[in-house]
Design a protein around this ligand. Structure first.
Ligand SMILES: Cc1cc2nc3c(=O)[nH]c(=O)nc-3n(C[C@H](O)[C@H](O)[C@H](O)COP(=O)(O)OP(=O)(O)OC[C@H]3O[C@@H](n4cnc5c(N)ncnc54)[C@H](O)[C@@H]3O)c2cc1C
Length: 392
């Protein structure tokens, strides 16, 4: 008997996951179908999700899986993040998944891993419930891939920090309450002179400007942050002084794995819809799906998707076991984002002119997936990490 075509229609059977992951997968899939898909067009047009959706995400337990139960979380490993990213990316807009991911998988881990007990007590419970939304500010107008080249400074003045600079392309900037900001505390020390800071939205001197006109992920807001003599208390330092670069690199592991898992979810959903489309599209004496070239194209895409999925799961397994995985995470992020882009491009081709219109999932997915080869570290940066790790 042959396998059912769209692998997306059944929960993953991989050994990595147990019953609680299967249950979480069902919960998120239902949430996407019932509470995201019906509103996707509206949120895309508004260039944001309603802030209340973060509260709903909190209610469903989508933000606290890695957080200690003391602060309202589950204290679980990153498998839940992988499941959530895969399922959220199956939505008719990957903007909500990106907004949730930027909050729970990109910003929150900085606090969870490096925050003091007082900082965690103060902010983590609200981040877990979605009452406070987080954003991470690393990228600057003149320093993206090269994090060490950032120019934002934090100068110590008696018992306070004075921050000056700007951050660009920051996800959730428009709605976030808490910002995790990287700044140079020792500008002469390159990457050894960066520290992380926790900044509340209403800090005097801090402004946010919404950036519009994105190619994709339109339902997730993006902003430009300006820090003009922002004065922060001494205890706004997050983690160790001048260790911010290393903290950022450690948190990249989770971010990149989650991005890769999202690529798998998006490509899977688009492929499933493309199979259905080709089966009903008349072509010659049959349908588009009856043509050998179509079947082979879809087969190749499923093969690439499976390779990406297995790489995500294998790397997740390594991370869960605490194995050093810098190289593997870079490989996974580069491979999954490039594969998903190729797959979705091929799916659009199979839709012909219909794929160019937003009636079909593939049009938005094609625009949305383009980010994953750039954001969280471009593919070329991943290749550099791999080459360095292999001592090439
Ligand atoms: C929609 C969106 C949301 C984002 N959200 C956030 C966020 O929440 N927080 C945040 O801090 N940042 C965020 N970013 C920024 C994102 O991480 C950066 O855009 C990314 O790291 C690339 O930096 P850059 O845009 O400055 O490109 P550059 O660093 O200028 O790189 C341009 C290109 O040069 C090439 N390149 C770069 N380095 C190398 C190399 N070593 N070898 C070979 N080629 C190379 C790559 O092709 C790369 O795409 C977001 C970006 C976008 C578009």
């Amino acid at each position: 008997m042959s396998e059912p075509a769209p692998s997306a229609d059944r929960p993953s059977e991989h050994f990595l996951f147990d019953d609680e992951h299967h249950q979480l997968r069902r919960t998120v899939r239902q949430f996407v179908e019932r509470e995201i898909n019906p509103h996707a067009d509206q949120w895309e047009a508004q260039c944001r999700i309603p802030k209340s959706l973060f509260l709903r995400g909190g209610e469903l337990g989508l933000f606290g899986h890695s957080v200690d139960p003391r602060y309202g979380g589950l204290g679980a490993d990153c498998r839940m993040a992988v499941v959530i990213a895969e399922e959220m990316s199956r939505a008719r807009s990957s903007g909500p998944g990106m907004a949730f991911g930027a909050h729970a998988e990109i910003a929150l881990p900085h606090l969870n891993r490096f925050g003091s007990d007082a900082q965690k007590e103060r902010y983590l419970p609200d981040m877990v419930t979605g009452r406070k939304v987080g954003a991470l500010g690393i990228t600057e107008p003149s320093a993206g891939s090269n994090v060490a080249a950032m120019q934002t400074t934090a100068r110590r003045q008696s018992d306070r920090w004075q921050l000056n600079g700007s951050k660009i392309f920051i996800t959730n900037a428009v709605q976030a309450d808490l910002f995790f900001i990287a700044a140079k505390t020792d500008p002469s020390a390159g990457h050894r002179g960066i520290s992380m800071f926790l900044l509340e939205r209403d800090t005097p001197g801090f402004t946010v400007e919404e950036l519009k006109g994105k190619l994709g992920r339109r339902a997730s807001d993006t902003g430009l942050l300006t820090l003009d003599n922002c004065s922060l208390p001494a205890d706004a330092l997050l983690g160790e002084l001048n260790r911010g670069f290393y903290q950022i690199m450690q948190c990249f592991e989770n971010e990149r794995l989650v991005i890769a898992a999202g690529c798998v979810g998006s490509a899977d959903a688009v492929l499933a819809e493309t199979v259905r489309y080709t089966q009903q599209r008349p072509m010659g004496f049959g349908t588009l799906a009856d043509m050998q070239v179509t079947r082979q194209r879809l087969a190749k895409s499923y093969m690439e998707l499976e390779a990406a999925r297995q790489l995500v799961y294998h790397t997740t397994w390594r991370v869960v076991r605490g194995m050093p995985s810098l190289k593997e995470v870079a490989m996974t992020k580069a491979f999954a984002s490039e594969a998903a882009f190729r797959i979705i491009d091929d799916c659009l081709q199979l839709h012909g002119g219909y794929g160019y219109f937003n009636e079909y999932l593939v049009e938005r997915a094609y625009r949305d997936i383009r980010l994953d080869r750039i954001g969280g570290g471009a593919t070329e940066v991943m290749y550099e990490i791999i080459a360095k790790q292999l001592e090439l």
